[in-house]
Ligand binder design. Structure first.
Ligand code: ZN
Length: 431
């Protein structure tokens, strides 16, 4: 509620008021003031013409000063003594009640001006009419804070180090996750059994969940918050490639802020889909990565993440069973369908999963393979492969700025029907 009450007797009101001279009064208190003033005035006044007296008796208390003013300006009354009486009673009532409504300052001033006009007098400059209200109550606006302070607040609310993304459980998608893009995963021993699920984001380790509600405040706060959340956390994609792709699809406009990512490629054919069973547990190893989803991830990343600086590729130890590492890093890097199941048909020259990662131009690529550094030979191949991928990435054209990616499917819930799965890459041609 606005500060609508002056805390002084009228004659004691300082010419300049600050917040200390004002307070807030209820409508009831304002009403008591106006009614008391009208009642005392009508009881005591001696110079009020009879017609005006009857008019005021039937009028609303708040309208009395306006009616007195109109009566004066009408020219029907030569004597303005009743206004002097009224203003004396105003002063007394403000003293008895402990203040007066702030809105009256203007009304009484115009009443005095009317008297001056009719009688040709100068306005009394000492009266509270000349009060200038300076309401010093500061209004706090978050958006007016200096950028450095806002950034610090965003960091406290949103910077957590690592955000991990994995799959939700096989069997049900909680209603809180219903707005996320869903996808089907193979479960059980047969590829025929498919379950619909979605991804989940976790903070593994300590720390409270980032206050992502900041994204909803307004457009400018949302964008500023997004630069911190996506730019200053590492996003670790540890589940299926479809979970990664669904995450990217839901955040297409904000992917440009992402700077640091890590992603797991699984080659172990024996792992069954588990999903995440509870909110605090770590993200379990996912089944063998589906190259079709992997390819789409990098199709998206090379066009949507101009801010990406670091990318860590995590591979399970089964990788060594699939890779001809004894022939050297170059042989591994150029092996077609590396780590994929046998029998899948590829078009001529299709990239293997390492070559897809090496499409990330000017990104610091780091390769981590489970249980490798203990083995000297494999450790050497790992380091050579790492260097090879960086060298390949360095030769790639910088693509991230040549398109204007945006979701064109209206976030259809099923990944296989969404724009990011579309083979013509509909998200690169926003409507
Ligand atoms: Zn879409």
């Amino acid at each position: 509620m606005a500060r609508n009450w002056v805390l002084h007797r009228v004659c004691d009101t300082p010419p300049f008021m600050t917040a200390e001279d004002l307070s807030t009064a209820t409508p009831y208190r304002l009403s008591v003031f106006h009614q008391s003033l009208k009642f005392i005035f009508l009881v005591r006044v001696t110079s009020l013409p009879a017609g005006l007296y009857h008019d005021l008796r039937s009028s609303r208390p708040e309208s009395v000063p306006d009616r007195l003013r109109n009566a004066l300006l009408s020219g029907d009354y030569m004597d303005s003594g009743f206004v002097d009486e009224y203003l004396e009673i105003v002063d007394e009532v403000s003293w008895r009640i402990g203040g007066y409504p702030r809105e009256c300052v203007k009304v009484w001033r115009s009443l005095r001006e009317a008297v001056a006009l009719v009688t040709g007098q100068q306005i009394d400059v000492d009266a509270p009419k000349d009060v200038v209200i300076e309401d010093a109550t500061p209004i706090f606006r978050f958006v007016d804070l200096p950028p450095s302070i806002k950034t610090r607040i965003y960091q406290i609310c949103l910077r957590r180090g690592r955000v991990s993304v994995g799959d939700w459980s096989t069997y049900s998608v909680p209603t809180t996750l219903k707005r996320r893009t869903e996808y089907e995963v193979d479960v059980g021993d047969s590829r025929v059994v498919r379950k619909r699920t979605t991804y989940t984001c976790r903070l593994l380790g300590s720390g409270t969940w980032p206050i992502v509600a900041l994204f909803q405040v307004n457009r400018s706060v949302g964008e500023e918050a997004a630069t911190i959340f996506y730019g200053e956390n590492q996003f670790r994609f540890l589940g299926t490639a479809k979970s990664t792709l669904a995450f990217l699809h839901d955040r297409m406009p904000r992917l440009r802020y992402i700077r640091n990512m890590s992603m797991r490629f699984c080659t172990d054919a024996s792992i069954k889909f588990k999903g995440c069973y509870n909110i605090t547990g770590s993200i379990p190893p996912a089944p063998r990565t589906f190259i079709g989803a992997w390819r789409r991830i990098f199709n998206a990343l090379v066009h949507t993440t101009p801010g990406l600086k670091a990318f860590e590729l995590l591979i399970d130890k089964d990788f060594w069973w699939h890779a001809p590492w004894y022939n050297g890093a170059e042989a591994v890097f150029t092996t077609p369908a590396l780590g994929e199941p046998h029998g899948i048909r590829h078009y001529e020259g299709a990239r293997n999963f390492l070559q897809h990662v090496a499409r990330l131009a000017e990104v610091e690529i780091r390769l981590t393979i489970d249980e490798t550094e203990e083995d000297e030979e494999r450790g050497t191949v790992r380091r050579e492969l790492d260097a090879l991928m960086r060298a390949a990435a360095a030769t790639r054209p910088w693509l991230a700025l040549d398109e204007y990616p945006a979701c064109t499917c209206g976030r259809r819930l099923l990944l296989s029907e969404s724009c990011i799965w579309d083979k013509y890459e509909a998200w690169r041609r926003p409507r």
